[in-house]
Ligand binder design. Structure first.
Ligand code: ZN
Length: 597
């Protein structure tokens, strides 16, 4: 949660000074012009320090102490991490300790939502190493899923996010971790496991950065918090939602959008096989122009923050994604073309664009021929801008769906996945033989049953309809009748007759809310709780057994292998070999040991 990975430096400094046996990560070594570095952790408190070998430069980081043997130690603070990034990248621009905007991850990648942070990264690192494939190894929506500012959280100033399917709002940052803490943790993980020795570039996507609307007032904190992200997704929907298109759109465009810019957009798409109706063109421009100006302003801020903090080109570079799948309806090729042309003439190179294909989260797309047609149309536009296609809500599609996405784009794509990994945690706990894991699974399942039953009898029409559909799906798939909504007792009895399985849709849909529910309570007021009660609950997941850790890591890694194979990002033989190695692990430590190979 904290941006710092050393909370009590005086205590750790003294322990180092006394020469106490702390855990030095044997694979963490790297060098900069300042000397040879390694990472050390106090196994009891978890506090970390960077240790510089004797003979190194004097005080390259802040708050250092010189030890009796001439080594220097520095606390693993966020401020020191920023300095270290410069030292590392000045010495070695190809270093893969930090996330970068490497060319390959800017063309073809998988977006891996890091729902369980330290439990999750080793699995992703293992998969990248085994496949020799860099991916978007850290991804989360900010401020929706991640706390954008720890101080705002501590002051009780987080906003709320509406969740119509549960008929309530939940505080933003509902996964509990902060963006700065997660940035820091994902980097330390690479050094601890020795992933950086494989020299595979990876990226960190600050997903769905909201542009405009109510987010204007805190955009500087959003920019500051995401400074270690090497990949920014721009989500224009907050500003689009409040933009009213004037009756005379053409007149408005003439008065408000620079004529040379409008002409440049027309010229850029002139040779394309599109039917652009003048009225629709003016209406689209009028609807997006306020948002585009704000996107440009925000983009300048992301660039300026990096220019201020980082000294190297590789350290300052970031990828851009334009998310337009939040616009109503399926995205037309005309809309994609105009949006990409606008970004280009405004000086914003777009690496990924996310049109709407009508995907439902965790549902296969029913018609592969239709899907290919939709993607083909979009790809004919994207390729002319050298942009790849971002597939949002990408979890849970069929192998054939992924193959179509890969083939239709020549693997110039990103599949974004996130909710899938919470499901994989449920499966790992469900299968574990450990008593504490079993208790966590049982409580987690019961939590979703309570939310489902309450939702099925909610006065809120949307909540009721959704809850009933989730319950009915689970019943029908288990060969039962879905006619169980006469009263609560009947509904509860029907659910209780089912095996407690992570395959039930009601568990799937409600599960993520359990992670930060105050003391695990299935009450709306308890959800997304950023007080100690919420974090006590979250800590249960971080104290699962090694058996569950191994099960979770295997499942996450095997899903990445599956995606990489079917999208064509990695050759089938390499995927088969990776799968075989993965199945053989009996110990979590063995999997982690193999990351650095
Ligand atoms: Zn999106």
């Amino acid at each position: 949660m904290s941006p710092d990975f050393c909370l009590d430096w005086p205590a750790l400094r003294d322990a180092l000074g006394r020469g106490e046996q702390l855990r030095e990560y044997p694979k963490s070594h790297f060098t900069t012009k300042a000397g040879a570095w390694s990472l050390v952790k106090d196994p009891v408190t978890g506090d970390c320090a960077w240790v510089l070998a004797a003979g190194g430069a004097k005080e390259p980081l802040a708050e250092g102490v010189t030890l009796g043997d001439g080594r220097q130690a520095f606390p693993a603070t966020y401020a020191n991490l920023l300095t270290l990034k410069n030292l590392v990248q000045e010495a070695d621009p190809g270093s893969t300790i930090f996330p970068t905007a490497n060319e390959q991850v800017g063309r073809s990648t998988l977006g891996i939502g890091a729902r369980f942070t330290t439990l999750h990264w080793p699995a992703v690192e293992w998969a990248m190493s085994a496949l020799d494939l860099g991916v978007t190894a850290n991804q989360n929506s900010i401020p929706r899923e991640l706390v954008f500012d720890v101080d705002a959280m501590l002051a009780g100033n987080l906003d709320t996010v509406p969740f119509p399917f549960i008929g309530t709002t939940v505080p933003e940052g509902h996964q509990g971790q902060s963006v700065e803490g997660m940035s820091h943790g994902s980097i330390l993980s690479k050094v601890k496991t020795g992933f950086h020795r494989r020299r595979i570039a990876w990226s960190f996507n600050a997903d769905h950065q909201p542009i405009g609307g109510k987010f204007d007032t805190r955009e500087d904190r959003l920019v500051e918090g995401c400074v270690l992200a090497s990949y920014i997704t721009f989500d224009l929907s907050p500003e689009l939602a409040k933009t009213v298109v004037p009756e005379d759109a053409a007149g408005w465009v003439k008065a408000n959008v620079p004529a040379d810019l409008v002409q440049a957009v027309r010229t850029r798409i002139a040779g394309f096989d599109l039917t652009i109706d003048e009225r629709a063109f003016a209406e689209l421009l009028a609807s997006v122009w306020p948002a585009m100006q704000k996107m440009k302003r925000r983009d300048e801020k992301y660039a300026a923050a990096r220019a201020r903090l980082f000294t190297t080109d590789v350290g300052r570079a970031y990828l851009r994604e334009l998310s337009i799948d939040e616009l109503p309806g399926l995205t037309t090729p005309e809309t994609t073309a105009i949006m990409l042309a606008l970004c280009e003439v405004m000086g914003m190179r777009i690496h990924f664009v996310a049109p709407a294909f009508g995907f439902q989260k965790n549902m296969p797309y029913p018609d592969n021929t239709a899907l290919r047609g939709l993607i083909d149309q979009q790809w004919q536009i994207c390729r002319r801008f050298d942009a790849s296609i971002g597939f949002h809500s990408g979890s849970g599609k069929s192998a054939e769906n992924y193959r179509v996405m890969g083939e239709a784009t020549g693997s110039r794509l990103e599949i974004k996945t996130s909710g899938r990994y919470t499901y994989e945690m449920g499966r790992a706990l469900h299968e574990s033989q450990d008593a504490r894991d079993a208790a966590l699974w049982s409580d987690w399942y019961a939590f979703t049953v309570e939310l489902a039953v309450a939702g099925a009898f909610s006065p809120d029409a949307t909540e009721q309809k959704m809850a009933r559909s989730f319950i009915a799906d689970a019943l029908v798939k288990s060969g039962r009748s879905a006619d169980v909504f006469a009263d609560r007792q009947a509904t509860r009895a029907a659910i209780e007759s089912l095996e407690r399985s992570p395959e039930h849709m009601f568990w799937f849909e409600y599960n993520f809310l359990y992670v930060l529910a105050a003391d695990g309570r299935a009450e709306k007021a308890a959800l997304g709780d950023h007080s100690p009660a919420g974090y006590r609950q979250r800590a249960r997941f971080y104290s699962i057994s090694d058996q569950a850790r191994l099960g979770f890591a295997k499942r996450v890694a095997s899903y990445i292998v599956f995606l990489a194979e079917h999208t064509g990002l990695a050759p089938a033989e390499r995927c088969a070999a990776a799968r075989k190695r993965l199945e053989a692990y009996q110990e979590f430590a063995a999997l982690v040991e193999d990351i650095s190979r």
